[in-house]
Ligand binder design. Structure first.
Ligand code: SAM
Length: 257
């Protein structure tokens, strides 16, 4: 099965750059905010599958959680290692890095995790089913699963707002596109993902839209109004119909006891 991240060349550098602009910064901050809301305050053992350069892992370790990042891209793991070493603040949590594919997570990282994260990964996989199965298998009964995916239902929004009319029309029916990193990526139908998870006794308990109003703003840097935009995106991402047209959706789910 094709994995367009691992066949797409050196995406680590472009991803790191994009994470700093307004759209990237909002994505990470909105996911961090939702996790702060849903994860218990007491330290959790958290497995971040496809955790890449560790942006979310560092944010959670700063709150006292113990993180393991599993990722198949050595360049992303090197970035995670360097960023962890260079952090300035005193971090109460811990970070461990593991090399490997998410599909092999139960064997490589073990099972019984309090929480499992998988953010921005499903979109690169031609067949996400083996990864979804691994995510469920790694989560302990009662544990939390957090998935961020590209919304199949809202794929026409970005090209339409960028006045790329032909692309927008195609995106109404075609879930595959070449994203801003230059790799082929796919939208995931939210209801289908919810059904796949239920087959593994994992039930969605909340969901958010990520980037309802700002997804068409190109490489615009985050500015002085970042906090104001973040609050607006958060409030809109919590409610329909705004969250339904967001670029990404963030699912919070729990494995049955
Ligand atoms: C867009 S980055 C997201 C990184 C991180 N989750 C974040 O939100 O910042 C996609 C990540 O998925 C990883 N990836 C690609 N295929 C994977 C797979 N089969 N299993 C686990 N991770 C994978 C890539 O190596 C890359 O680090």
């Amino acid at each position: 099965m094709t994995n367009s991240w691992t066949t797409g060349g050196d995406l680590a550098a472009s991803y790191t750059e994009h994470s700093k602009d307004l759209r990237g910064a909002l994505r990470h901050a909105l996911v961090t905010r939702a996790l702060a809301h849903h994860l218990p305050a007491r330290p959790q053992r958290i497995l971040d599958i496809g955790g890449g350069s560790g942006i979310q892992a560092r944010a959670l370790a700063a709150r006292g959680h113990h993180l393991t990042v599993l990722d198949p891209d050595p360049a992303m793991l090197t970035r995670a290692e360097h960023a962890w070493a260079a952090r300035s603040e005193d971090t109460p949590g811990t970070l461990r890095l593991l090399h490997g594919r998410g599909e092999d997570a139960p064997r490589l990282a073990g099972t019984g995790w309090d929480a499992v994260l998988c953010h921005g990964v499903l979109m690169y996989l031609e067949d996400p089913a083996p990864l979804v199965e691994a995510l469920a298998a790694c989560t302990r009964p009662g544990g939390t699963l957090s998935i961020l995916a590209k919304s199949a239902e809202a794929m026409a929004m970005r090209p339409a707002l960028e006045r790329r009319w032909a692309d927008a029309r195609r995106a109404l029916t075609d879930r595959t596109e070449t994203g801003r990193l230059g790799a082929v990526s796919r939208g995931t139908p939210r209801a289908a993902l919810q059904d796949w998870l239920a087959e593994h006794r994992v039930n969605v308990t909340a969901w958010y839209g990520v980037r309802c109003f700002t997804d068409h703003l190109g490489e615009e840097p985050a500015g002085a109004d970042f906090a104001e935009i973040l609050d607006l995106e958060w409030e809109a991402g919590c409610r329909s119909p705004y969250r339904d047209i967001a670029r990404l959706f963030h699912l919070i789910a729990h494995r049955e006891q």
